[in-house]
Design a protein around this ligand. Structure first.
Ligand code: PSV
Ligand code: MN
Ligand code: MN
Length: 388
């Protein structure tokens, strides 16, 4: 069995990007519950994200969502984040909250609507130049509710054209990541429903176009780690949106619903070269905290990813390969399960402490008084985002 001591160097390489919107209110279509101290501005969201990084050392970047996080001066925002030890990460576009997009955005039959959506992405690319962000993430709400409502083939062709226009505008060091989702808000078909469609679209664009895998965007029972293995094999896994789900796109804390699935995904990431200094895979959270406090929700999330990464790194790969190749079915399965069942929490706590971090980041944050402080300070004002 691989020892904990032999994986700590790899653990220091872990970096998880936090979504700005996780710090804002969000909810369901039934109710958005607010939590005291919720940020009203992107600066307050960044300040909260810095707390997560301070206590865990795991979250050095914050992803933006435009226009929710719109400001006049993005270079100043970059400096603001830098002063708090953070960099600005992925820029997420938004073509789902404008009346013009009722029947689609990049896929719309009306060239003027498509151009509006393309122009929005051009604006995102400009912002990326100022923020130093590498990735433009596109998640499309485009789709139809009824058979016959749209020409699903024509929409695919228009999507390809629109993405082509956006891709050509990217800077040399910038990438486009295309997220897929099998349903919602459209219910009959979505225009990028699965990894195959995302792959087909990005493959046609070029090397700097890749797939974004959101763990909550698959039909129940889907073997997500197989998709991970395949995309890594094809060199097209650009990024993750981590979260967990019981039923639909629940956006719950990653690792909460199915820690074993998270372990299996991270094992394939490591196996496929998606983890570590040579990897270009971006690890992001895409979550909402509707009933729990947001900062501890994010702290718990990055710790869950760290814990399952540690367990996945503990897999004795040499022994596993030997068992696989000799047809030792139960031996191979046992090796994987041994690593999964290893409680790495005490070792991780001691290791954190040895690096000057809190042994228990959840407890340290709770004791810091920050939550009470923001609840007292942040009175009045409104936020932009899901819960707006
Ligand atoms: C909607 O499903 C969604 O959760 C996508 O996963 C995006 O990544 C996110 O919203 C932010 O736009
Ligand atoms: Mn997502
Ligand atoms: Mn989603």
């Amino acid at each position: 069995m691989t020892t904990f001591g032999s994986i700590t160097a790899q653990l220091t390489e872990q970096a998880i990007e936090l979504p700005s919107w996780a710090f804002g209110n969000s909810g369901t279509r039934f109710k958005v519950f607010s939590t005291p101290g919720t940020p009203r501005t992107i600066q307050e969201k960044i300040a909260d994200a810095a707390q997560v990084h301070d206590y865990t050392g795991l979250a050095p970047k914050v992803a933006l969502h435009i226009p929710w996080d719109k400001v006049d001066d993005y270079s100043a925002l970059r400096d603001f984040a830098g002063e708090r030890g953070l960099a600005l990460g992925t820029v997420n576009s938004n073509t789902f909250q404008d009346d013009a997009y009722k029947f689609g955005s990049l896929t719309h039959t009306d060239a003027a609507v498509r151009q509006k959506a393309i122009d929005h992405h051009f604006e995102c690319i400009e912002i990326m130049h100022a923020t130093g962000s590498a990735d433009l993430k596109i998640w499309l709400a485009d789709g139809t509710n009824y058979p016959g409502q749209g020409d699903i083939r024509g929409r695919q062709d228009r999507l390809a054209d629109s993405l082509g226009a956006i891709y050509t505008r990217l800077g040399e060091n910038q990438r486009l990541v295309l997220e897929y989702k099998f349903f919602e808000p459209a219910f009959y078909h979505t225009d990028v429903p699965d990894w195959g469609t995302s792959y087909a679209q990005v493959a046609a664009l070029g090397d700097r176009a890749l797939v974004c895998l959101d763990t909550g965007h698959h039909a129940p029972g889907t073997n997500i780690e197989f998709i991970v293995a395949q995309l890594l094999r094809l060199g097209k896994l650009g990024s993750f949106d981590f979260n967990s789900r019981f039923y639909a796109d629940d956006d719950l804390i990653v690792g909460a619903a199915d820690p074993f699935q998270l372990f299996r995904i991270l094992y394939e990431v490591i196996r496929g070269g998606g983890f570590g200094p040579d990897s270009t895979v971006a690890f992001m959270l895409d979550q909402c905290h509707n009933v729990e406090d947001k900062i501890p929700g994010q702290i718990r999330s990055v710790l869950n990813v760290q814990e399952m990464t540690a367990r996945a790194l503990l897999v004795d790969r040499e022994a596993l390969t030997a068992a696989q190749e000799s047809g030792d079915v139960l031996g191979a399965n046992g090796l994987l399960m041994d690593a999964f069942y290893t409680d790495v929490r005490p070792a991780l706590a001691a290791w954190r402490e040895s690096r000057g971090l809190a042994a228990d980041p959840m407890a340290a944050y709770a004791a810091s008084g920050y939550q009470q402080q923001i609840a007292a300070d942040r009175v009045g004002g409104t936020q932009a985002g899901w819960g707006a």
